[in-house]
Write a protein that binds this ligand. Sequence first.
Ligand code: TRP
Length: 455
Amino acid sequence: MQTTSMHGMWSSRLAFIFAATGSAVGLGNIWRFPYTAGEYGGGAFVLVYLLCVAAIGVPIMIAEIMLGRRGRQSPINSMRALAEQAGASRAWQLLGWMGILSGFLILSFYSVIAGWTLAYVFRAGAGLFEGIDGAASEAIFSALVADPERLLAWHTVFMVLVVMVVARGVASGLEMAVRVLMPTLFLLLVVMVLYASQAGDFAAGLSYLFTPDFGELRANAGDAILSAMGQAFFSLSLGMGAIMIYGSYLSSHASIGGNVAIIAGMDTLVALLAGLAIFPIVFAQGLEPSSGPGLIFQTLPVAFGQMPFGAFFGVLFFLLLAFAAWTSAISLLEPMVAYLVENKGFSRVRAALLAGVAVWLLGIACLLSLNAWAGFTVFGKGILDLFDYLTANVLLPLGGIFIAIFAGWVLDETVSRDELSATNGAVLYRIWRGLIRWLAPVCVILVFLNAVGLI
Ligand code: TRP
């Protein structure tokens, strides 16, 4: 068993927590969670989401980190090696390949949305939001997404930033930035929630998020439950190998379960804070909770436009959000880069450039789907929305099933006991094993079957 990775190692347990939290906390929490919760009616969706995080997300995150640490290579090669050791089929490496595909598709649209965030830094700084109402804010947003050149420019800037870090190696550099900027983003979110509680309709926001209305859910239950589960996978960075490869840089001595509790807890807290900052303003301004991917870009500027020092807070907020997106995007690119380095003998720089350019090209299709190619839809969705839906709701949970089955059924029990430092009769280990063998895969399969109308 290897004890280190050729791509470098985290300098400490804390470095791993920061990097993994940096991966988990991103646009998924602040952009995607509020707009998906809004599309599916709020409370009931949030409740299902929280259940999925606890019962499916946490055990799968433990499994992913464990597999990565045991394999010490890119997800493709780790899965191949672990399958060989367990005497199982080499086909398990397909899990790694599927992860590369998911990462590729996610990053292509993620970078476009991160580009919106960068564009909004400048809009906030220019004082464009001063005194605007909901309608004016919607107009600013529509003007941005209608302009392919601007979208391309910001998408390009963001991809360059991502490639730069990945080319240097994620273990160096990432930690310092995350250590300072993450807590700042967190504090700023708290400020936004406080502001929303004063200026927005806080009671309406609170009850929208936390009073489950199952009537609302039932109208479209299959899709809503699938989306809540997909959001859990997306937000926790699970099912594609991002957390697996971060696990491969973790020292053999660190406790996995304790780290996962912290990472998943922080991730969930940030999503809920984002919801609490946004929905009170949505209701006070008469905006639509279900207005889709533009939701935070249409609501928050109204708040920044009215609050004292709004331009300052606006710049800071969108800057920190872009930063959070950056630390997530790095983890989406890392598995492919590690694979290219291991198997093709590329330097990190060359590998990062190659993967980055490929993602960048696909991102152009995503951004054009918002304007020039708006007429082109598959299942009623444009390319960006399609990639978003397909990855979160299909590919990531599918990856999750395979991770759970591999960790629970294929991997030798002595290996997982060893990795999770379980002594005989350890209760937490036994709970984890039950969840990963039965609950997680069965739940995901039931949600899939339910969504396609088979049950
Ligand atoms: N979790 C990140 C977010 O919420 C996005 C992300 C990073 C991701 N790496 C991932 C999603 C891997 C799925 C899989 O913004």
